[in-house]
Design a protein around this ligand. Structure first.
Ligand code: AMP
Length: 283
């Protein structure tokens, strides 16, 4: 596995690979790798000649009162895990190399961001899109791999790729979970012991909501209210949102039909957890 910290060096390396016709799969991450990240790598390795992973905790996507400084990091262990998983090229730039110029642009996402995490984290997706545009240009991948756990991110990246005509295929990968259903997340390490026991109720709540829909419930308010009560009863977390929307457009539903997402965010003491389920509903 080759490791690069300089974007210029990586760009040169990628150009050499592309000049001999190699296809490139790209897995952008913020590190502190777990099974979820490694699932994306597994898919990329299966579908491309070369898999490039980036590890970069992007300051631009964290709000002033968020956990940028406290975000968990373990670059040494990440290198071992990435190599074991089959990553060919690991890109670990530092902030001064990624943002080596004054900010001359502010990319602002206008659609798909006025709800869910976009609403509670103003500017978050502007930062995500800015770093992804840079990374897409540096890496020039054929395919990019993102996890459905961050479903709004997938929705925004889908829009980004289409709007800016990136010749890239977006591959959405199912959420990897712990045995008890908790979605794997780098932030899970910040749950207290009690909160860790409560956290699987997020997924249980989503499954319950899904079940209601499958059994014919078509009232959005009743479903979200039921989940609200269930989460309040079973966890000490503070509910940020529970929403049922169309996917990937993330519009309010006049009727529960077609591809829909039921999404949830709960703030625990030090970790804000998100999860969702996506289902297709017939008439
Ligand atoms: P992060 O390092 O948290 O920014 O995540 C990097 C990528 O891994 C994103 O595309 C995430 O959606 C994806 N990811 C994170 N957790 C999971 C998970 N539990 N299952 C599948 N993909 C995940």
């Amino acid at each position: 596995m080759d490791i690069f910290t300089s974007k210029m060096d990586l760009q040169r390396h990628v150009q050499a690979l592309k000049s001999v016709g190699k296809t490139i799969g790209f897995v952008p991450t913020m590190g502190f790798l777990h099974e979820g990240h490694l699932k994306l790598v597994e898919r990329s390795v299966a579908e491309n000649d070369i898999t490039i992973m980036s590890i970069f905790v992007n300051p631009l996507q964290f709000g002033p009162n968020e956990d940028y400084d406290a975000y968990p990091r373990n670059p040494d262990k990440d290198q071992v895990l990435a190599k074991q998983a089959g990553v060919d090229v690991l890109f670990m730039p530092d902030s001064s190399d990624m943002y080596d110029q004054e900010h001359a642009f502010h990319i602002h996402v206008l659609q798909r961001t006025d709800r869910l995490c976009g609403k509670s984290r103003p500017g978050h997706f502007d930062g995500v899109v800015t770093i992804l545009m840079k990374l897409f240009h540096i890496v020039g991948p054929n395919r990019v791999y993102f996890g459905l756990k961050d479903a709004q991110q997938i929705s925004v990246v889908d829009s980004l790729i289409n709007y800016f005509d990136f010749p890239i295929e977006l591959v959405a990968v199912e959420t990897v979970r712990e045995q008890d259903g908790l979605a794997r997340s780098s932030r899970n390490v910040y749950l207290t012991n009690l909160e860790r026991k409560e956290a699987p109720y997020l997924y249980k709540a989503l499954k319950m909501g899904e079940q209601q829909i499958l059994q014919g419930e078509r009232n959005v308010e009743r479903i979200t209210q039921m989940i609200h009560e269930y989460i309040e009863k079973n966890t000490s977390g503070k509910i940020d949102y529970i929403e049922l929307l169309s996917f990937p457009e993330l519009r309010s539903l006049s009727s529960i039909q077609g591809k829909v997402i039921l999404a949830i965010a709960v703030q625990f003491t030090r970790a804000r957890l998100i999860d969702n389920t996506i289902l297709t509903v017939g008439n």
